[in-house]
Ligand binder design. Sequence first.
Ligand SMILES: Nc1ncnc2c1ncn2[C@@H]1O[C@H](COP(=O)(O)OP(=O)(O)OP(=O)(O)O)[C@@H](O)[C@H]1O
Ligand SMILES: [Mg+2]
Length: 427
Amino acid sequence: MLLGFDDGGAPVCMDPAVLRTHVSVVGAAGSGKTWMAKIIAEEALRAGVPVLAIDPQGDLVQMMEARPRPDVPPALLRAWEELQERMEPRILTPGSSHGQRLCLDPLRLPSASELSHIANPALRAEEEEGLLVAVAANLVSLCACGGEEESQRTFLFQVLQRLPRAAPVRLRDIVAAVTAPEDLGIDEVDSLIRKSERERLARRLNTFVQGPSARLFSGGTRLDFTELLRPSRPGRVPLNIVYLNALSNDDEKHFFLAALATELYRWMITTVDATSGGVNLLFYIDEARDWIPAGGSKPPAKQPLIRLFTQGRKYGVGCLLCTQSPRSVDYNVFGNTSTKLVGRLEAAQDVERVSDWFTIEGGAPPWVAARKGAPKGSFVARWPDMPAALAGRAFKGRTLFTRHAGAWSPDRVERAVTEAGLRGPGG
Ligand SMILES: Nc1ncnc2c1ncn2[C@@H]1O[C@H](COP(=O)(O)OP(=O)(O)OP(=O)(O)O)[C@@H](O)[C@H]1O
Ligand SMILES: [Mg+2]
């Protein structure tokens, strides 16, 4: 993977295998993080690794378009062509038809047969339970009924556990079960959850089946990773960009991301061969602190995303994140990114935190301090088994092979999708 060139013009390259142990790109505002992360995504595609990029701001979606050929340095033209030949962009728009509309209903819950490859029955039961707990938690956060959320989660978990799961579970089945839990054999319901809270939960859930809030659960095609990661032709590599900006509010974005991360985890443990050793997917999330903040704050997608970072490497799902400040993102997540690219730093505390990463290795290398005030686009990288010659060497990210511009509005996305003939089935 060609990341860029050092001051002497020598290429700086990274083995795609390191994607498996996750990458973080750190740097002050405007230092070139998104640019660098896009280089990594492009290089992953060129290496045959499908990409799933989450685009809450509207500045990743432009990757669907090639950078104009005259803007590419001649020495990089062959690589630029290779990317255009290989990448197969899909613009996914939950809740709207600006791109390919995505739908979260029916929900995917793990069936016993899907988990049968996990030989240890105790582990199998834990995975199954963990997934149901996560789906229950996502739904409770979406409903935002207030009251005793812990009881609501416990109750919904019991419901999900008992619903027949061989066929897909529709949201309306869950509403029916919450309304009449006795039918599922849940006794002493009142000891699990107050009647008034259960009724409120049923009413709220029902608003996602019908009415204006139903957008995430209706229309379009069902979220299906097997489908999303399958190229339309051999040799192509899917670039899936999930554009969240057509959703009306942050709660919907948070919930969608939580549901997506939960489903990605289910897909991973039920369909991916953990022994294959390759990189099956690069999951890219910019501005991680909005979703996985440090400290006690727990936006809905935080737990599901942390689980992707802690478990993904086993299944060859590499994660890539950007952040302005290493202090602002959950430490478990940082602890789980073994590749770090450090751009310009501004705050002295950021330099300190970056230094902390290296204390286990015998103290911070001298280059860390020099990151303060480094130029835009300049990075120093560190990854496992990096060639010694690259240690501490600053380099500039290469020219992007796709477009990088200000945020695209939903209408702009629609136009680009239509012009490129990227409408999905039925769109
Ligand atoms: N390697 C590079 N070569 C040329 N220009 C670059 C490079 N890296 C960054 N830039 C320029 O710097 C601008 C800011 O980069 P980018 O959007 O990646 O920053 P950022 O760190 O993600 O900023 P923010 O914190 O606002 O998200 C880009 O629009 C681009 O013009
Ligand atoms: Mg950015």
